[in-house]
Design a protein around this ligand. Structure first.
Ligand SMILES: [Zn+2]
Length: 265
């Protein structure tokens, strides 16, 4: 990865603005609002509209010391965290892929992973509306790549990735639910891996995502056992999201290493 400041700085700014938009989606979609209505962002405590100068990503949160200017109510740390994370993922995307369609593809993918993971932590739901828009955007990007390359292969690979994702996690869910005699994971997780498959567009990376999500989930599950406050239901979406991000950036290298070490002794 190479980090040129003249590319990294604009990418970070675009990412911060995108993160601001993701916050709107994260907080509105679960309560049935859309990204565009109501027009203005408002304080969740006193419903006062947020002024434009108080709506600058990261900076406003710091200047307002995390409190609403009108009612002094605490602003969730989720807002600046999502903005910072989106800024970072846009920088990683251009450093890894350059200023290319692949970087846009990675950044859009990262945005949907982040929005869905945060929504799952907050609400224990992966809304179909969000996953569905993610699938649509992924297919559109695959179609654009196909037009540029003059071949339908990117779209076919995205479709195969989605089918593999839904099938694999559908089977895991059915087997897990039968073994545990209760729902092992939500249907939302199955659809989420379908969306992830559209972007990874490689059945090996989809399988790697499932394996890595189980590893990340087990480590987190063990850590939570020793935490004082035990949560009964742990959302699986964030583990899938982290695993998918690792698969996109390091997946090919991980699979090559696996093949070298395990299969060829
Ligand atoms: Zn307020």
């Amino acid at each position: 990865m190479r980090l040129a400041p003249e590319v990294a700085a604009p990418a970070a700014l675009v990412g911060l603005a995108l993160g601001s938009f993701l916050n709107v989606i994260i907080h509105r979609v679960p309560i049935g609002e859309t990204a565009l209505t109501p027009r203005r962002s408002y304080c969740p405590h006193c419903r006062a509209p947020i002024r434009a100068r108080d709506n600058v990503p990261l900076l406003s949160y710091v200047l307002l010391r995390g409190r609403c200017r009108d009612c002094d109510g605490a602003i969730s740390v989720v807002y600046p965290a999502v903005e910072a994370a989106t800024g970072a993922l846009c920088v990683v995307a251009v450093s890894r892929f350059g200023v290319t369609l692949a970087a846009l593809h990675a950044a859009v993918f990262g945005c949907f992973l982040l929005a869905l993971a945060v929504t799952d932590v907050r609400t224990l739901r992966l809304p179909d509306r969000l996953t569905g828009v993610g699938v649509g955007a992924g297919l559109a990007l695959a179609a654009a790549a196909g037009v540029l390359a003059g071949t339908p292969r990117p779209v076919a690979a995205a479709a195969v990735g989605a089918i593999v994702g839904v099938t694999v996690l559908g089977v895991v869910r059915a087997a897990g639910s039968a073994a545990m005699r209760r729902e092992a994971m939500g249907l939302g997780d199955v659809k989420f891996l379908g969306m992830i498959g559209v972007y990874l567009a490689d059945w090996r990376l989809v399988l790697l995502t499932v394996v890595l999500s189980a590893v990340v989930g087990s480590v987190m599950g063990l850590a939570l056992r020793f935490a004082p406050a035990r949560r009964v239901e742990i959302p699986y979406g964030p583990f899938l999201a982290v695993a998918a991000g690792i698969s996109l950036v390091y997946g090919d290298a991980l699979i090559d290493a696996y093949v070298r070490v395990i299969l060829r002794g």
